[in-house]
Design a protein around this ligand. Structure first.
Ligand code: SAM
Length: 213
């Protein structure tokens, strides 16, 4: 996602530490102290403007959600949603998904969502794909045993690549749809990108995979 540079974004992010966690390391191994409940934590890596994570938090008050987003100029849009929604069970972290191990201990997270991740179609950029082997290893290191990744995209090439990457890693494929919006899957919450691409007639691909540890 490319957005106009917003020089004020950093200052705005810093002025809402109740929503964008400034020092996530302090919650390493003890995220329950932040949310002050015993509910599981689900994270979305590459959360963009935050529609999915906010609507999921509204729909599932018994789950704590954390959106991980690299770009300051994008995460401020997600921050605006959180300010409006005033939900106790959703937070944001402005960081690179490859650094999750710094903030989450093994078993801190129960599920990882990847929605419309950047496809990085050139082979030389393969390592940047959020479903590249090194990212799957990072997710394993923060997830509970038997934790899950839920992935959706409109990009057929990225979807096929990801299915192969998950399978090569030894993950169990528990759900797959090649046309989510014409499937029987209920309760789907659309992301900003999903709305845009499905309006153009693109089919939406979705899968769920599970670690076998
Ligand atoms: N998930 C949103 C949606 O479906 O509308 C946004 C999709 S957008 C194509 C991908 C987002 O992932 C961008 O905002 C980008 O900055 C973010 N992103 C890409 N690589 C990332 C990484 N390594 N760590 C965190 N965020 C990342």
């Amino acid at each position: 996602m490319r957005l106009r540079h917003k020089p004020w974004a950093k200052e705005k992010i810093e002025s809402y530490p109740q929503y964008v966690i400034g020092n996530p390391k302090q919650y390493y191994g003890k995220w329950c102290t932040l949310f002050d409940n015993g509910f599981p934590v689900h994270i979305e890596v590459g959360t963009g403007k935050g529609r999915f994570i906010t609507e999921m938090a509204k729909a599932n008050p018994e789950i704590n959600y954390i959106g991980i987003e690299l770009q300051e100029s994008v995460i401020v849009a997600a921050l605006d949603r959180l300010i409006d929604a005033e939900l106790p069970n959703v937070k944001l972290i402005n960081t690179n998904g490859e650094d999750l191990r710094k903030f989450f201990a093994k078993s801190d997270v129960e599920r990882v969502y990847l929605n419309f991740s950047d496809p990085w179609p050139k082979k030389r950029h393969e390592k940047r794909r959020l479903t590249f082997e090194s990212f799957i290893q990072v997710y394993e290191d923060v997830l509970v045993n038997g934790g899950e990744i839920h992935f959706k995209t409109d990009n057929r090439g990225l979807f096929e690549y990801s299915l192969m990457s998950f399978s090569k890693y030894g993950l169990l494929l528990t759900y797959v749809s090649l046309d989510l919006h014409n499937s029987e899957c209920e309760g789907n919450i659309m992301t900003e990108y999903e709305e845009k691409f499905s309006a153009k007639g693109h089919p939406i691909y979705r899968c769920e995979v599970k670690y076998q540890n």
